[in-house]
Design a binder for this molecule. Structure first.
Ligand SMILES: [Zn+2]
Length: 334
């Protein structure tokens, strides 16, 4: 999964970054996580009279990278990608295998662009997300447009017209692709509306995986600027996006989707060497490096006992193996 994504990101001009796992509490106050997301964050820890908190998201660090130098409109869009491990204080009752854990890795990315560029960036993100889900064999994808709507139970940052404009850009990207979606009020991120990609697992449960989010708030709160063509500072727009979402969850859903029998074309597919009747151990040992050379996991069975061909195939099928090298003196069966 990571290798595939990395290749795609290189092609799309993303920069790979690595950011810290912990930050001063102040940072989370500026970003608004402290006010809006504290319930999902681990409690602060104090070191030399300074309070620190584990990161629930990677956004403020990527903002820090953008802010580290003056940016011109010619430098935009800036696209930062990270396999970023984040920490969420989930209650023990809600934990669920690989699907919901307290520390997980997001294939996170933040794009910083001009307001004129944002539509194109969102279009590319939606296409990219769609491509990823298709590549991994998911056909039933549910799209949701999560907006603020008339919900007043939460604290939302930003002016009404900014929310409306952001929602219009996201909706236009979906409409242009004739994607059917459900509009959900009150489910937006505190900094802006978002498109969520959900897929159905083997027993019909819906899991949220990827997301594309339009953010006009964090650039404001962190006072981000770029120098535009008029030689004056302007505020960029930010897009948060994750395609797998939580890598742990995506992998969990993937295992259930294929019931462990992954398609043969995927890299790292598993091979197994089986020794059939009459074959000598020396022949078997000679074959094992062939598997390793192809980058495949190889395991040897029947070391103690020689297997009948039919029995060897059945055993491999039971183990959900893609390929089985059956080694025999008189013939080779796959
Ligand atoms: Zn983010």
């Amino acid at each position: 999964m990571e290798d595939y994504l990395r290749e795609e990101l290189v092609r799309r001009n993303y920069s790979f970054v690595y950011t810290p796992h912990i930050a001063k509490r102040e940072l989370w106050q500026i970003s608004g996580h402290e006010q809006n997301y504290a319930d999902s964050m681990f409690a602060p820890t104090t070191l030399e009279e300074t309070e620190f908190r584990l990161k629930p998201m990677n956004c403020p660090f990527h903002i820090g990278i953008f802010r580290s130098q003056q940016r011109s409109y010619r430098d935009l869009p800036q696209r930062y990608a990270e396999m970023g491990t984040v920490y969420r204080a989930e209650l023990s009752g809600t934990l669920h295998g690989l699907m919901r854990v307290r520390g997980f890795t997001v294939d996170d990315a933040h794009l910083f662009c001009t307001p004129e560029q944002v539509r194109q960036e969102i279009d590319d993100c939606v296409d990219f997300a769609y491509q990823v889900l298709k590549t991994f064999g998911f056909e039933k994808i549910k799209f949701e447009l999560s907006v603020k709507g008339s919900d007043t139970s939460k604290q939302w940052f930003g002016a009404e017209e900014q929310w409306a404009n952001a929602e219009a850009v996201l909706a236009a990207a979906l409409d242009a692709r004739q994607i059917k979606y459900e509009r959900i009020e009150g489910e937006a991120a505190f900094y802006g509306p978002k498109i969520d990609f959900k897929i159905e697992d083997a027993i019909g449960r819906l899991w949220q995986l990827g997301t594309v989010q339009y953010d006009f708030n964090l650039p404001e709160r962190f006072e981000l600027e770029y120098i535009a063509e008029d030689n004056k500072p302007h505020r960029p727009v930010m897009v948060h996006r994750a395609l797998f979402g939580s890598i742990e969850r995506f992998f969990g859903v993937l295992i259930e989707h294929y019931a462990g029998a992954f398609p043969c074309g995927w890299r790292q597919c598993r091979w197994r060497c089986c020794r059939l009747r009459i074959a000598s151990m020396t022949t078997l040992r000679r074959w094992r490096p062939n598997c390793a050379a192809r980058g495949c996991e190889s395991r040897q069975t029947g070391a103690a006992k020689r297997l009948a061909p039919r029995f060897a195939t059945r055993r491999c099928r039971r183990c959900r193996l893609c390929w089985c090298w059956a080694i025999a003196k008189w013939k080779m069966e796959t």
